[in-house]
Design a protein around this ligand. Structure first.
Ligand code: ZN
Ligand code: ZN
Length: 336
């Protein structure tokens, strides 16, 4: 039902691509992260919750249609529907059905709770296309509530030394999840522009987040070291933090579970918080689909493929250009 072409995952019976990496006629999109939602296609279809964030990503001129979770539309011979993936706001698994055969393309997903998006829902299928960003048994996430308690404690502990807390996380999804977990009674919450540009879409979707001020050297200095700043890793450069005074930095990512990665980030602290499924999450999600066949994408898929084949599934790797939660390089922030 799906083949990998030079443009991406293609459904010939439906005449559409899923998360194409080149411009196509009709793109069906799992979510608005840049490795899944590329500009230039003639039309886009995504989950209704994802339309506004996709618009921020693709621009006002893009032709984007939304379909509510669970609703069905027909593209040529194929029934298409979107189901929550629990990854970021508007993220969806895409279910396609043609002549009684059902495939589900997971996109990126997680099974942990996240108040900023609809929870992952297993969907029965014959073939499940799963991501495997963290497809090794070593990946087991701590409970998000305990991670947020650590983050809030870290923020509070920086205040007596008048050090602004700078918390790095992806601008779409992770950053808003971080905002939702911050204890606003501790101090002012500031956010980088790349994080704030998605906030109207979150508000429109009814996601409640604390009040956030723009992060500028002036607003940071004015808070006298009591503020926390949420910013994308790529923005962690001296240019915009220049003149902000003393700060402490931290990084929130699944990669932080690996000690070597932690050292290479250059941040003072690391918090293990991922928007992807950990190993138990992957295995439980795959099992819940009832699929007999599993196609594995994203990064090092071989260990998961081997494990699935050893445990009764028919599994193989699917070569895509999705990169998962790549460890973005924050430039080491300098101390003012
Ligand atoms: Zn993603
Ligand atoms: Zn991905």
């Amino acid at each position: 039902m799906l083949t990998v072409t030079e443009h991406g995952l293609y459904c010939a019976s439906g005449g559409f691509h899923i998360d194409p990496w080149r411009a196509v006629e009709r793109a069906v999109i799992t979510h608005a992260h840049s490795d899944h939602a590329r500009p230039g296609s003639r039309s886009y279809l995504c989950a209704a919750d994802g339309v506004e964030v996709l618009r921020v990503r693709l621009g006002r001129d893009a032709s984007i249609a939304g379909l509510g979770y669970g609703a069905t539309t027909r593209l040529n011979e194929v029934q298409v529907s979107f189901h929550p993936a629990g990854h970021v706001l508007g993220s969806a698994q895409i279910r396609i059905e043609c002549r009684g055969e059902v495939w589900v393309v997971s996109g990126d997903y997680k099974t942990q709770p996240d108040p900023t998006c609809a929870a992952f829902e297993p969907v029965f299928c014959h073939t499940f296309v799963t991501e495997s960003t963290f497809g090794l048994p070593v990946y087991r996430w701590p409970e998000p509530a305990s991670v947020f308690a650590e983050i809030n404690h870290w923020w509070r502990s920086n205040q007596p030394r008048a050090r602004t807390s700078v918390l790095f996380g992806y601008s779409l999804g992770k950053a808003q999840r971080l905002l939702a977990g911050l204890d606003a009674s501790i101090g002012p919450i500031l956010a980088h522009r790349a994080v704030r540009e998605f906030l109207p879409a979150y508000a429109a979707a009814g996601i409640r987040l604390p009040a956030v001020q723009p992060a500028t050297p002036e607003s940071i200095r004015a808070a006298g070291g009591r503020a926390i700043v949420v910013a994308p890793p790529a923005a962690g450069n001296p240019a915009w933090l220049d003149g902000s005074g003393e700060f402490a930095t931290a990084f929130a990512s699944g990669w932080m579970l690996l000690r070597g990665m932690r050292r290479s980030r250059g941040a003072d602290r690391a918090f293990a918080l991922s928007d992807h499924a950990d190993w138990p999450g992957l295995v439980s999600a795959i099992r819940a689909t009832g699929a007999s066949r599993v196609l594995v994408t994203h990064g090092a898929s071989a260990p998961l493929v081997r494990w699935l084949n050893e445990h009764g599934w028919q599994a193989e790797a699917l070569a895509t250009r999705f990169v998962g939660e790549i460890p973005e390089e924050p430039e080491t922030p300098h101390r003012g």
